[in-house]
Design a protein around this ligand. Structure first.
Ligand code: GLU
Length: 388
C-alpha cells in the first residue's frame, strides 16, 4: 500500500517545470538541446533592483518579514495599482507572496469548499486547474479555440456559471497563447459577472507590461468598479483584493511559508517604485522575436500560428501533423507525441498543448536568445518537413 496521500491524485508535476527540467538534464548530459519550455525572460535583472537586494542584506534586513509582506512593499503595490490601474487599495488589502503561484494557492485554500466550481478558460496556465483541484474545488474548463482568438465569449461564460461557481480565472495577456482582452472585450465579460454575485474573480495580470502594437492593457476591477469587492488582482509579487479574503489568505501563508524572503521584498520595492524604462527596451526585443517565430512557424508544414497581442508565448496548432509518421516510424497521435518526437529527433523542447487544456497545439516561449529561436524554428521546419 502506498503511503502517498489520496489528495496527490488531484495534482501532477507542473508540465512547464517538467519540460524545463528535462531539457536542462539533456543539456547537462551533453546533448544538443534548445529548451523553449519555461516562460522566463533571458534578460538580466536590472542593476538598481539587484542593488536594492544587496543593500537590504547589508542593512541586516534578513529576518522574518511580517506574514502579509513588509509594509513598504504593500505600500509600493498600492501606489502601483493607483498609478497604473487607477485602483484604490490600502496595505491591508495586499498580500505579498513568493510568486504568483503562491497567491493562487493561498486564495484557493482559503475559499474553496469541496465541490465549489472554478471556471478556467482553456488554454490555461497549467497550474490553475491543479491548484483548484488540490484545494478540493472542481475545475470547469471552457475551450476557447484559435478561431475565436483563444478568448472566452460572454455567452460561454454565462453558460458555464452555476450556483456552485466560486471563481473565474482570467489571465490577460495569456499564458500560453499571448492573447489579451481589450477593454470592450472585458466589459462584455464583466456585464455577465455583474449578474452573478456569487462569483469571485481571479485576475492574473502577470504579463500586464508585455504587450505589443499599441495594445492597451486594462484589468477587470478597473473596467467594472462594481466587481472591485470580489476581485483578486494578482501581479507576481502581490495579490490585491477584499480585506476579508486577504486576511484568510494570510492565515494560510502564516502556516506555510510564513512570508516571502525579506531580501526579495526589498528588491521588489525598488522594482515597483523605480525607473521602468527597461521594460520598453525588453518589449522591443520580444516583439522582434515574436515576429520571427510566428513567421518561421507559419512556414513549417502543417503548423498554424496566430500572432499574439502580449506575453512571450505562441501557441501554434499542429492539427495538420496529427496522424503523420516520423522518420523513426512513430505515428503522431497527439500533441504530446508531437512534442516528444520533436525533442527526440531535433532536440527542441516545447510544452505540449494538452497540458494547457487545448489540443492539438504546443507552446513556445520566445523569452530566449534570438539565435536560439531561429535555430529552433529551422529545426521545427525540418521536423515537420520530414513527416510522412
Ligand atoms: N511562467 C512560467 C511558465 O509558464 C513559469 C513556469 C511555471 O511555474 O509554470 O512557463
Amino acid at each position: 500500500m502506498s503511503y502517498i496521500a489520496s489528495r496527490m491524485s488531484r495534482v501532477q508535476v507542473s508540465p512547464t517545470m517538467a519540460v524545463t527540467d528535462k531539457a536542462r538534464a539533456m543539456k547537462a548530459a551533453g546533448m544538443d538541446v534548445i529548451g523553449l519550455g519555461a516562460g522566463e525572460p533571458d534578460f538580466d535583472t536590472p542593476e538598481f533592483i539587484k542593488e536594492a537586494a544587496i543593500k537590504a542584506m547589508r542593512d541586516g534586513k534578513t529576518k522574518y518579514p511580517p506574514v502579509p509582506g513588509i509594509p513598504e512593499l504593500r505600500e509600493a503595490a498600492c501606489r502601483k495599482l493607483k498609478r497604473e490601474n487607477g485602483l484604490d487599495y490600502t496595505p491591508d488589502q495586499i498580500q505579498i507572496g513568493v510568486g504568483g503561484k503562491q497567491i493562487i494557492f493561498n486564495a484557493m485554500m482559503a475559499t474553496l469548499n469541496p465541490g465549489d466550481e472554478v471556471i478556467v478558460p482553456a488554454p490555461y496556465w497549467v497550474s490553475y486547474t491543479d491548484i483548484a483541484a488540490f484545494a478540493e474545488g472542481t475545475p470547469v474548463v471552457i475551450e476557447c479555440r484559435q478561431e475565436n482568438n483563444f478568448k472566452l465569449s460572454p455567452e460561454q461564460l454565462e453558460a458555464a456559471i452555476t450556483p456552485k461557481t466560486k471563481w473565474l480565472f482570467l489571465n490577460s495577456p495569456s499564458n500560453p497563447t499571448g492573447a489579451a482582452y481589450s477593454r470592450s472585450e472585458l466589459k462584455a465579460l464583466t456585464d455577465v459577472l455583474m449578474r452573478h454575485p456569487q462569483v469571485l474573480i481571479f485576475a492574473d495580470d502577470i504579463y500586464e507590461h508585455i504587450t505589443y502594437d499599441d495594445f492597451e492593457f486594462a484589468t477587470l476591477a478597473q473596467v467594472e468598479p462594481g466587481l472591485y469587492d470580489r476581485t483578486l488582482t494578482m501581479n507576481g509579487v502581490y495579490g490585491a483584493g477584499p480585506k476579508e479574503l486577504i486576511q484568510a489568505m494570510n492565515v494560510i501563508q502564516s502556516q506555510s511559508v510564513s512570508g516571502a524572503a525579506s531580501i526579495s521584498q526589498w528588491a521588489s520595492v525598488a522594482a515597483l517604485d523605480g525607473d521602468t524604462s527597461f521594460i520598453a527596451e525588453h518589449n522591443k526585443v520580444f516583439k522582434d522575436r515574436r515576429d520571427i517565430v510566428v513567421g518561421m512557424l507559419n512556414q513549417a508544414n502543417g503548423i498554424d500560428c496566430a500572432t499574439p497581442e502580449g506575453a512571450f508565448y505562441v501557441y501554434p496548432s499542429c492539427a495538420g501533423l496529427i496522424g503523420k509518421t516520423t522518420e523513426a516510424g512513430k505515428v503522431l497521435g497527439s500533441d504530446e507525441d508531437f512534442a516528444a518526437a520533436l525533442l527526440e529527433q531535433e532536440g527542441v523542447a516545447v510544452v505540449f498543448g494538452a497540458a494547457f487544456g487545448l489540443s492539438p497545439h504546443f507552446r513556445i516561449s520566445y523569452a530566449y536568445a534570438t539565435e536560439d529561436l531561429e535555430e529552433a524554428c529551422r529545426r521545427i521546419q525540418r521536423f515537420c518537413g520530414s513527416l510522412k
